[in-house]
Design a protein around this ligand. Structure first.
Ligand code: FAD
Length: 278
């Protein structure tokens, strides 16, 4: 690994249509040129995308790449999780991104798990060290957390339950990430915390996601995106500059790896990595 190199991983969501699946196969082939450590596939809360998630995971494995399946516990029973773990193990999956998940509003919580830490403990108890377990981390605090301190304790609970490493919610403020690393370190939690990187391709989409997941769009970025209006070329060019700059800061500050939220698109991730590794 030369000084400029940093490992990457790439996240996809399961496509809803056969056309989407076809397009995603081409996107993956383009992104494999970046030699990701692994590719992960999201999992709809309540099992809503289970079939699509497993199908996409199987395809990635068949393409000769390491695949991680996301797995969420909200609304799930121990029996359904046990079944999913057996299915994933038999497919050859070795890495799980282990989450609570978010049920759409209107659904009761139900199920036998309340928090992701309980799912991590359950997976460890059921399957020992069969899986590398990744969990979510929130440098800007999870939107439902009572306080940043209680969110940090929730993160610590996931690590103490057996998580090997973490991937963060995306952010555009590197200081929040570096501070989070210091706090994790101060608690003696010896796990790598990989920053999640969200390329900026569309202003309205980014605002919508960010409002939902609590990621802050700094005012200077928000104002510029608003000023570009429908000028997608300018939004993309600005987004590439901002996100490449962020990745450079993260790499220089010692981030162990970068996890790209591809949104099933290749162009932005390819260009950011081209600039990073040039
Ligand atoms: P938890 O760690 O359980 O935390 C949820 C909330 O509960 C937090 O506010 C926390 O502070 C609080 N909490 C935890 N434990 C306690 C406790 N003991 N007492 C009091 N409060 C507590 N969602 C999906 O549905 N599918 C996906 O595939 C998916 N992939 C993701 C990938 C990454 C990298 C990230 C960062 C998020 C992903 N999400 C996904 C979103 C995630 O499911 C939501 O952010 C969800 O709201 C929280 O999940 P969690 O695993 O962080 O939950």
């Amino acid at each position: 690994m030369n000084a400029a190199t940093i490992p990457i991983s790439i996240e996809f969501f399961p496509p809803k249509t056969s056309e989407g699946a076809h397009k995603l196969r081409a996107v993956r082939q383009q992104l494999y040129a970046l030699k990701p450590e692994y590719c992960s596939v999201t999992y709809g809360a309540g099992g809503s995308t289970q079939e699509g998630t497993f199908t996409t995971v199987r395809e990635i494995l068949a393409e000769g790449m390491e695949a991680a399946s996301h797995i969420s516990c909200i609304g799930a029973t121990k029996a359904s999780i046990r079944e999913n773990l057996a299915a994933l193990k038999s497919m050859g999956v070795k890495r799980l991104v282990t989450l609570r998940g978010d049920l759409p509003s209107g659904y009761g919580i139900g199920g036998e798990f309340q928090y992701a830490s309980e799912l991590v403990a359950f997976i460890r108890a059921e399957t020992g060290d069969d899986f590398q377990i990744e969990v979510a981390a929130y440098p800007e605090a999870h939107p439902q957390a009572r306080s940043p301190a209680s969110d940090l304790q929730a993160f610590a609970a996931k690590v103490r339950a057996g998580a090997n490493s973490a991937i963060t919610q995306y952010f555009y403020n590197a200081d929040a990430y570096f501070r989070f690393l210091e706090e994790v370190d101060a608690l003696g939690l010896a796990v790598p915390v990989v920053p999640g990187v969200m390329p900026i391709a569309s202003s309205s989409q980014l605002m919508r996601f960010s409002d939902a997941c609590g990621a802050e769009i700094p005012r200077w970025i928000r104002l510029r995106l608003q000023a570009f209006g429908d000028d997608t070329a300018s939004i993309r060019a600005f987004g590439l500059d901002v996100v490449t700059g962020l990745c450079e800061q993260l790499r220089a500050g010692g981030a162990p790896s970068l996890h790209f939220y591809s949104l099933n698109q290749s162009a932005a991730t390819l260009e950011i990595c081209r600039r990073l590794f040039a």
